[in-house]
Design a binder for this molecule. Structure first.
Ligand code: FES
Length: 584
């Protein structure tokens, strides 16, 4: 079936004169003359692009982003598809946000890429867009910008890298690095093995192949309806990935003719389905922040309470690391996201329209699970409830999250004395101090690592277990912070405590030895200190200096919102006038 044949009947088709780009190219004035003249300077004859949908290919490729190193080639394949369908492709390089290399954290720059995406689409003669991303923050950033620009857009997920292999063992990027790092600190792994692991963990283009933030968010993009069906799990180096890229280019042209915009796709039902799917995948806690921010751009109310509510009724079906055993390659061979969505069935809104021009349900036709161990049946789930809980209490008045399927079950109800670190440097300097008053029952607290204090809310939330305890066999402890945690990480880590310590949240008031109680079944997190003592500490609290005084950092610092509202810039999240330019 051709892509155009899949467009729902009754969809009005626009004329070339109705294209947004026509305002640049089609007028009689001097500026249109200049746009046509400069197009000839680009080497284009008029018949090659005039009257055709201009498709912006927003490419997050960079020579420093291994997760996206194949996206130059994929952009060419997208362009091939655009030409085939009668469009005119234009590639725009945009910020790359390499999770591994960008410091202090790419989260500091998610909103910058979102702004860049929106403004590139707004300021150029673009009719529609193909968004190429996948490494953690790139997916939400591109989709946030596209939602705000609200031009027809389709997302091409970078695809997971191939599984790592080492000495007969299958390795997951991130997850197995953390695991073996602990083994090394415990003295159970030699330098030779550690060096071999360096070469074995990540061996092909593509994003992390665990159910980390990248796989979680590309899967969210698919269920939201912003990718072609089945796109998210295709390994980056699979020839199917090449074909998906070209098909997405073709589809982008049809999206423009049909004027099928993100605002028609990204509704309340779409975000509810994204939450359900992320939970059924055992996905990254980062998805909580990103989906809330993305929904905000779509003017859809979505909050922490929605995650907790949906989690209580959603089984975890994907047995993928770090919460499970397998990797994204296994998930793809087991049927991929379409198979998992088919299993979720009536829990989803199957009659929603997607970028394919068909409904979510139509896109699942023929989907089947080929391995019940990787994608569990609903009556034999990995966990009966979604793996994320939202906690509240006097230590987290605006909420905190824990991915409890990745935690030691015995720690999910725990009271212990706090051992407090103020910022990452303090943590790094003292965690292995022989005099640190820490026992396996202690609660490790990191304050000052939130959106403003981090800055950028880095992924410090899996605080390292003190080496002394590691050597004694301890592998998990209750840890609490206003930071995030890598989606590839694990442990009894309470994250995203809001408000953060830097703005005076209760985390700033915790002292060494204070008893803290975590009760995941009751969804509570409490600092067991009398109110009058907390009031005394609050009165004595001195607000820290601003993290930034100039540059992008100052913009970020002044406008970033807290974790429970998605860490967007308040001026990007709010509705309001932002007119399309008049090119004449
Ligand atoms: Fe890019 Fe993990 S480092 S997805």
């Amino acid at each position: 079936m051709s892509e155009r044949a899949s467009e729902p009947s009754g969809t009005a088709r626009r004329s070339p004169e109705e294209l947004r780009s026509h305002r640049w190219y089609g007028g009689e004035g001097l500026r249109s003359f200049s746009h046509r003249s400069r197009s000839r300077q680009l080497g284009l004859n008029p018949e090659e692009h005039l009257g055709k949908p201009v498709i912006g290919i927003l490419n997050t490729w960079s020579g420093i982003n291994p997760c996206h190193m194949h996206l130059r080639e994929r952009a060419e394949q997208v362009a091939r598809g655009v030409w085939q369908a009668g469009g005119y492709p234009v590639e725009f390089p945009v910020a790359t946000l390499s999770e591994t290399f960008q410091k202090p954290t790419p989260m500091l720059y998610r909103n910058l890429l979102a702004m860049e995406t929106e403004e590139i689409l707004r300021s150029y003669p673009v009719d529609g867009a193909v968004l190429l991303g996948g490494c953690d923050k790139t997916t939400p950033a591109l989709l946030m910008g596209a939602a705000s620009a609200d031009l027809p857009a389709i997302f091409v997920p970078a695809g997971p890298m191939l599984a790592g292999h080492w000495r007969g063992e299958v390795l997951g990027s991130g997850t197995d690095m953390w695991r073996y790092a602990d083994e090394r600190r415990a003295g159970r792994l030699g330098e030779a093995e550690w060096s071999e692991l360096e070469a074995a963990l990540a061996r092909s283009p593509g994003h992390c192949m665990t159910m980390g933030t990248a796989s979680t968010m590309t899967s969210a993009a698919e269920v939201l309806g912003m990718t072609l069906p089945g796109a998210a799990s295709i390994p980056a180096v699979d020839s199917a990935h090449h074909r998906m890229a070209a098909a997405s280019g073709r589809r982008a042209v049809e999206l423009v003719w049909a004027d099928l915009r993100p605002s028609r796709i990204l509704d309340e039902r779409a975000y509810a389905d994204a939450v359900t799917t992320v939970l059924a995948l055992g996905g990254s806690t980062n998805a909580v922040i990103h989906l809330i921010a993305m929904a905000g751009r779509s003017q859809v109310p979505l909050g922490l309470a929605d995650f907790d509510r949906i989690a209580r009724d959603t089984p975890v079906l994907a047995d993928i690391r770090p919460g499970g055993r397998f990797l994204m390659e296994d998930f793809h061979y087991a049927g991929g996201l379409r198979a998992l969505l088919a299993r979720l069935g009536a829990r989803l809104h199957l009659d929603r329209i997607t970028v394919s021009g068909r409904t979510l349900g139509e896109g699942l036709a023929g989907a089947a699970v080929h391995d019940d161990e990787v994608i569990r049946p609903v009556d034999r789930p990995l966990a009966a409830e979604g793996g994320v809980a939202v906690l509240r209490g006097n230590l987290a008045p605006d909420g905190a999250v824990i991915k409890y399927i990745a935690a030691t079950p015995e720690l999910l109800r725990h009271t212990g004395p706090a051992v407090v670190f103020h910022g990452y440097r303090d943590l790094r300097d003292r965690i292995d101090d022989e005099d640190l008053p820490v026992t396996p029952d202690s609660v490790l607290v990191l304050a000052g690592a939130g959106p403003k204090g981090g800055p950028g809310m880095p992924e410090y939330g899996m605080l390292p277990i003190p080496t002394r305890l590691l050597r004694a066999g301890v592998r998990d402890m209750v840890r609490i912070s206003d930071a995030r945690m890598s989606g590839t990480s694990y442990g009894a880590c309470v994250l995203h405590v809001a408000p953060e310590a830097h703005v005076g949240g209760p985390l700033a008031l915790v002292r060494d030895g204070d008893p803290i109680t975590l009760d995941v079944p009751a969804r509570t997190l409490s600092l067991d200190v009398p109110d009058d003592e907390l009031a005394r500490r609050r009165a004595a609290w001195i607000p820290p200096e601003p993290t930034f005084e100039r540059g992008y950092g100052a913009l970020y610092y002044e406008h970033i919102t807290q974790a429970d509202t998605g860490c967007d810039f308040e001026f990007l999240a709010r509705p309001g006038k932002n007119p399309d330019p008049d090119p004449e």
